[in-house]
Structure formats: C-alpha cells, structure tokens
Write a new protein. Sequence first.
Lengths: 223, 258
Amino acid sequence: MSVFDFASYAKFRWSDMVLIFRAAGLTLQITLISLAFGTLIGLLLGIVRCSKNQVLNKLPLLIMEPLRNSPLIVQLFLVYYGLPSLGIRMPAMTAALLTLSLNTSAFFAVLVHSSIIAVPRGQWESGYAIGFNKLQVYVYVIARQAIRLLIPQAITLYISQLQTSSLVSFVSLQDLTKAGQIVAQKTLLPFLIYAIVAAVYFALTYPLARVARYLEKRMGFTI
Amino acid sequence: MAMIEVKNVTKSFQIQSFDESTKKYIKTKLTVLQDFSVDFDQQGVTVLIGPSGTGKSTLLRCINGLETIDEGDILVDGMSVRDKHKLKNIRLTCGMVFQQTVLFPHLNVMQNLTLGPRKLLGMSMAQATDKAKHLLNKVGLISKEKARHFELSGGEQQRIAIARALMMDPKALLLDEITSALDPEMTSEVLHILEDLAADGVCMIAVTHEMVFARHVARRIIFMDKGAVAVDADKDEFFTVHRKENERVASFLKFIGE
C-alpha cells in the first residue's frame, strides 16, 4: 500500500483524531506535572550541591547520579514492574509521574549547580563588601544572574523531557505515542499517523524552543 | 582609640605545590601576615605599598572580613572581625573597592548604586536615587545612570564602584589596587576622583603602586615587606628620610621607577 493510495485514507476516521488529541492531552499533563515537581526538587538538590559543607554537598549525588546514568525506561520498569515485588504497588500514572519527576530533577539539579557556580566569585565578594549576608547575596546578586544562565538550558531540558515522556507508553499509559501506535495498527496507515503524531509533538515543543531562543537573545550578555 | 586596630594578626593560606623529590603534590602553608599589628585612625589617606605577595591586599580583605584570620584580632570601631554578627556593621563601616571591577551585571548603574542602601539602610527608592545622583555627579558620570556595565570603560566602572561604596556612608574606604587593571588615561581619571574625595576628607586606606597618587594625596605611607610593616611614616618623611636611609625602600622605589 502506497502513501499515495488516498482511497485507503477513508479508514482514518475523525474518532481516531480525537483519540490522538486526547492522548496529546495526557502527554502534556504528565509532562507539565513531572516538570513542575522535577524543577522544584532539582532546585533544592542543586542549591544543596553548592553548599560549602563537603559532606552535605555530596548528598544530592546519591540521588542524582543513578538517575542520570541509567536509561529512563529502565527506571520506569523498575518502579512499575519491580517495586510491586517489594510490596509497593502504584497505578501506572503515579509510577510515570514519580519516575519522570525524579529523572527531571536530577538533570535540573546539574543545571542549577552549574549556573550558580558560573557566577564569578567577585560577585559574591562585592555583595559581601556592601554588607549583605550570604542569603542576601544569593537573592539580590547571585540568583538573578544564575537564572539568566539557567533559563535557556532549562527550556532545552523541558523540550527533551516532553519527548522522553513518550516512554510512558511502555507502562500501559495511553499517551500520544501509544495512541499513534493504536491508530496506526487499526488503520494500517503508519506513515500518515506517525507523521500526525510527530506534528503534534512539534506543535507542543516548538513554541518552547522559540521562547528559549528569544530568552537567549535577550539575556545573552557576558557577565 | 584608633578606628581600625590590627592586633598581632597571623594569616596563612593552604597552597598546593609540587615536591620535586617525591614527585607529588603536597599541601604547604604560606604565611602571608605574621604577628602583624598596625592602627589606622580616621584621618586622610593611608597608602600601603610594597612588593607583591607581602600581604597588602590580604590585610584589606581581613579587615573587611572577606578572609578569616588565624590568630590575633582586628577591631573596626571596636567590633571584632571574629564576631560573625558584627560583620555586617564592619562592612558598612569600611566600604571596599576591588581591583577587578565587580559591578552587578544584571543591574544598571543606578540600580547598582541603590541596591545596598535600599536593602540594608532602609532608604526609599527616592532617597537612594537622590543620593546616587549626587554621587554620580561627584564621579562625573551622571549621564551614565541608565548604562549597563558593558557600556562603560574600565575607568568608568571603577568610578561607579567607588560611588557604590560611598552610597553606604562608610567611615573609611578600602581600595585594593583599584587602578592596576586600567590603562594610564583611565588610571588618571580614577585618581582624580580619589584626590577630590581626599580633599573632601574621606578616609581611605589604599593598596596601590601609583606613586603619583601616594605623593599627592597620602598623609601616611606604610611600606610592607614579607608580611610585616617595614616602614610606617608620614609621606614627606617617607620620600626623604626613609628613601635615603632604608635600603629596601630605596631599591623598591627605584625598581618601580620612582
């Protein structure tokens, strides 16, 4: 069957499109929730990483390194299929949100840490010299500059995590990718369906990419 | 009582060095200030000179609490730098300007000047702006109040940094080689500002290699060598008596082309 065999497209019904859009909603929901939690946890881990206490600043690595150095899908299987053998059962949605949130937080923490230490030491000292205490230097001087470095990188991470969320289709969640599979199998129109699915992913992430480029231009000055 | 009393201060740094015999990196202790004592009163300009590595900058940084001291004590207006709760007041008493200009890059000139007074002295935006305008006039940069740091030359940035330190009404200004990174033209524009401030009676403690500045503005000159005070004298005395009699001073001055 050729892509140009338009008669076969009749098998593709409006209800299939609705299925895809609903699934896009689920993808967006999973992504937004896990990014929100991932950002909060990552911020915390990243700030603790910057501590001067040599023991304290290593603690976040205990969480971050395993999460950064193993495939997300394995983490997902571990939580969804592995934890029940320890008596911890959770719905697929909870497992997906938990795994994606923690995974995002590990990568986000690295961005936070690197953005904060990228602010030159002289900025700390001139903050102290004015009379600010550590917290005030953080808030008025360091954080403002670190955020400028952080935002474009964070958006890149968000884009990548939105696409990575397609892995939740492996734990029986009907997200955009899974819906694509179902419709493609039903209609036997894989090229058309996956093109549509790709286009929907594109529509979700491209605005983010544009925002990142805009922010990079606006904030891209040398420190 | 002197405004700043440095009493028997010892300060050392841990440095890594390569040991040729064992072919290993070892940690060694570099003592910069050894049982160091000096007093500064709130009068005129004191210039600290001496060869590199004698602890001039370290002394200023210890006074401002940016470095912790190993032994001894430093009292600023009676407040010890060892008391963490007093650090804020010590830093408000002694404003500091650094060699590398460190304006806050996320703020424009006016915001750089008003941030400290608003957050620490409880000034309103209007009060702080008024004061900032007055000081910008003084350093000749009133036209740059909206500028960002990258629109300013090194000399201009340094003048802004001086104005920012003055915003907090310090009793003394600690100046750490503030002209070392500038070309001669910018250096002279910064030195002019400092001369004006000295004429206004602002107390300054300056580490510098600018002998012109020392000659014109200083009241007292402290020559430091190997972490200790080698000569502590009035300017005129320093450039006449000590220059003739002290071999170390003579060779240093000759070396820097004075």
